[in-house]
Design a protein around this ligand. Structure first.
Ligand SMILES: C[S@@+](CC[C@H](N)C(=O)[O-])C[C@H]1O[C@@H](n2cnc3c(N)ncnc32)[C@H](O)[C@@H]1O
Length: 180
């Protein structure tokens, strides 16, 4: 099932909210990351630059056929070859990836879902020992130009608490200006 409040504005508007390359660098994506996974690729805003930054393969999933097509289109347009995009409901079916098979899990603008710990558990299952999960979310601040309603918007401390319950350790927090 599609997670609550996960509709997107127009691509151009969405992509104005981020500097994806800078955000990904801050979030620890680089050539030392071999394989990675993205939960909910949307327009491919982070997918395409992430695929270019890592040394292995990026598996990106989304429940919306339109998002899958747009991400694939962008990848073909600029010749990104290490991206495998899959139409999938990862809440119902998980990722289908083997345990301990990726180095990095991208959970970007998605953790306002009903059961964040179950998604984080799936991320933890597929990560290798010492792997990392990156969580990005809208600031917990009414003045952001978009973002889930405040009653379901996670605070950074919520994300850290949920990640710990899903088996993660060593949380680090950063500020992705201006809104995340
Ligand atoms: C708010 S968007 C964020 C997209 C991207 N992570 C970004 O930050 O640009 C959330 C995405 O998750 C997808 N999504 C929602 N529920 C899903 C599910 N159960 N399985 C797979 N994708 C899902 C939506 O279709 C949407 O593209």
């Amino acid at each position: 099932m599609k997670i609550r409040d996960s509709g997107m504005p127009e691509k151009e508007m969405w992509e104005n909210f981020f500097n994806p390359q800078a955000a990904l660098r801050i979030m620890g994506l680089d050539k030392d990351v071999s394989n990675a996974v993205e939960f909910g690729c949307g327009y491919g805003t982070f997918t395409i630059p992430a695929a270019k930054m890592i040394s292995g393969k990026l598996f990106a999933f989304d429940i919306e056929p339109e998002m899958i097509e747009m991400t694939k289109y962008e990848a073909v347009k600029i010749g990104v070859m290490n991206l495998k995009v899959g139409l999938r409901d990862f809440m119902a079916d998980g990722t289908g990836l083997p345990s301990e098979s990726v180095d990095y899990a991208m959970l970007f603008n998605i953790l306002h879902l009903e059961n964040p710990v179950s998604l984080l558990r799936e991320a933890n299952r597929i990560l290798v020992e010492g792997g990392k999960a990156g969580i990005i979310h809208w600031n917990y601040d009414l003045s952001t130009p978009r973002g889930p309603s405040m009653d379901i918007r996670p605070k950074p401390e919520d994300c850290i608490k949920w990640a710990k319950s899903a088996g993660f350790s060593s949380p680090a927090r950063c500020d992705l200006k201006p809104y995340h």
